[in-house]
Design a protein around this ligand. Sequence first.
Ligand code: ADP
Ligand code: MG
Length: 631
Amino acid sequence: MNVSTAPMRRPIRELPDELISQIAAGEVVERPASVVRELVDNALDAGATEVGIKLQGGGIRSVLVEDNGAGIPADEMPLALRRHATSKIGSLHDLEQVSTMGFRGEALAAIAAVSELSLASRTADSTHGLRLDARSGELLPSARGTGTSVEVRELFFSTPARRKFLKSVATELAHCVDAVRRHALVRPDVAFTVWHDGKLLHQWRRNPGPVRLEQLLGDEFFANSRSIDVDLGIMRISGRAGLPEAARARADQQYVYVNGRFVRDRLIGHGVRSAYEDVLHGARQPAYVLFIDIAPDRVDVNVHPTKIEVRFRDSREVHQAVRHAVESGLSVSRAGQAPAVEGDVAEGSRTPEPSTGATAPENSWTGAAARPSGASSLMQRADQAPWAGQQGRLGLAQAEVLYAREPQPAWGTLAARPMQSDQRPEAVADGATDSWPLGRAIAQIAGIYIVAENDRGLIVVDMHAAHERIVYERLKATLQASGSLAIDTQTLLIPASFSATAEEIACAETHAEALLRLGLEISSLSPTTLAVRSRPAALDGGDVVELARKVLAELAQFGASAAVERAQHEILSTMACHGAVRANRQLTIDEMNALLRDMERTDRADQCNHGRPTWRQIALRDLDAMFWRGR
Ligand code: ADP
Ligand code: MG
């Protein structure tokens, strides 16, 4: 029953030109939004300051992009539609330095292969415009101003199989608008208008960057995000990072640009994610816009036909820089900010931009220098307080570590904290109370919450969540200052074994030393099994196999330094949770005030390590509203 299924062999032939273009189009043109992206790219490359996008039937029936850019000289019009014809590069050297959006010279040819395309253009020094029909090759005069318009009708009309992959008009339209939005975010200096079936959908005028961002992403994003601007010499990272509590269920507000080009990059995504790891609940997606500007020779943009992926010369460098930039933007805690004149600090309101802390000193991200702290004016004041001398942040941190190494101190938790010994609460009694952002403690309720009063109303603090963050940040600060943290290890009576891949086993061997520093002793039992023989003492009860797998995966992907840091943080976070004050412990007023002042001085104090909020403001006007009291 041996039926031969081998196809009949055909002779080798060169493919006809049109088929080559149609095959190439498969890579570049997936849907109407790809056409929009390519045409807007071209308009921007031509120096346009105004770009109009007119869509019909979700862009499937037609896409028309008009610009006021430089135009195409008459004799070059037919060339524009040829495959591998471009005005943007002429040599390999140009390719390595490329700063335009396009350079492959294939977009117009590819689009023309799967649609009815016509191109009209006029340069500033020509007396009239010309229109070129791609199918007939006919070149006719056209009355028009300087600039170019490209009309693409009936996408995939000749390739019905591909047309079937298109979704509904509404879906395709949404993708088209998204494509324009991606351009508009990074080019606030260009005006964009988007029309659909004759109706104006969006009009984004030329505006300063932040205004454009707010226009495109909404005031809610703007109010609930922090500005980022870190210049590291070899690269600059700017933009905005959404606050953890404004994170979303979907990853639909994550924009990353490399040298002005929208990209999707796992590595950058991971870098951002790790900046949020202490403050964001697992499944939530942060919102962010990041502009990464890096020397062109440190990044290769020619790795993907649509250029949506890039390759960095030193990817770890970028990973670290991104993480650092986002972290430093987020670390400015609102708890430590001086109150705004109007409006409150509660969720949903606009937070004043921090005056310092956003821009990192050069090279601080290498870990050598101190990380930029979210020093608010208030915090600086706190450091000038009489008691500041004896207990700078580091002193506190070191003391805290001693404390944290004994997860179950006999004396309970908060009472033993070093800040209790000197009388910080004096500062509270000296009349400065009203200007402490988190106010003056009044009471503890339900064994969980501290109620405080500030000049805007009531503050409610989740004491465990807040304390957990404070302890955690101190542990991290110590780790950073000393470079290592002696982690108590515990040898397992019965090693925890798990089946492992060859990569995991190799990784465990290569990084044995780094693992030991984390309190993890992992060795192979067989060619397919690894065993954890000791673990960090703080992690009793945790899933040690899961931790081991996670750390190995990180080591393999991001190298020892990044992975060790992350794993250390995870361990510290567990220590902090063990070490933080438990519910139902009665605090004295002084202890409560000490906790509030500590929060004001702590980075990222607005969320606990798991991303839950640590405090809320109930404004006086909310109270007034509750009691129908007009003021
Ligand atoms: P690429 O952008 O990679 O060069 P394209 O196929 O997109 O390739 O465009 C081919 C050429 O046509 C460009 O290099 C450019 O010279 C010219 N061109 C295309 N669109 C425009 C436009 N809107 N304004 C001016 N020139 C354009
Ligand atoms: Mg192009």
